[in-house]
Design a protein. Structure first.
Ligand code: AMP
Ligand code: ZN
Length: 113
């Protein structure tokens, strides 16, 4: 058993505010939301960073993006939304278990900080 925060959520040891779940993915509301809707989509299997993905992970990453589309629909983000994956320190990654942010419900700006 590892002590990764998001693995604990995937195992049900910590209970986030879940918005989507299937056999491979879990999605929940971010504890520190940066937009009216801010969800995180994680694979239940531990993958630390984008740089740790292998060709065998292509399907799970595709499912994460499709889950973003489904969550956006169920959360009413008809005007659009932002998806973000931060990688390592320069990318601003704080939790080293990959996650796709889905942010919406307000106008996003560019460039990000
Ligand atoms: P990142 O900076 O891309 O690694 O994003 C990590 C995200 O996890 C941040 O937006 C945090 O607010 C969020 N986060 C940290 N702890 C929790 C938690 N217990 N439940 C939900 N979201 C969390
Ligand atoms: Zn993990």
């Amino acid at each position: 058993m590892n002590d990764c925060l998001f693995c604990k959520m995937a195992r049900g040891e910590i209970k986030p505010d879940i918005v989507f779940e299937d056999e491979a993915l879990l999605a929940f509301r971010d504890i520190n939301p940066q937009a009216p809707v801010h969800c995180l989509i994680i694979p239940k299997r531990h993958i630390a960073t984008l740089d740790d993905l292998t060709p065998a992970d292509e399907a799970i990453v595709g499912r994460m993006v499709r889950a973003a589309q489904q969550i956006a629909a169920t959360q009413g983000l008809t005007r659009g939304y932002r998806t973000v994956m931060n990688c390592k320190s320069d990318g601003g990654q704080a939790v080293y278990h990959i996650h796709l942010h889905v942010l919406g419900g307000r106008q996003m700006s560019w460039p990000p900080g």
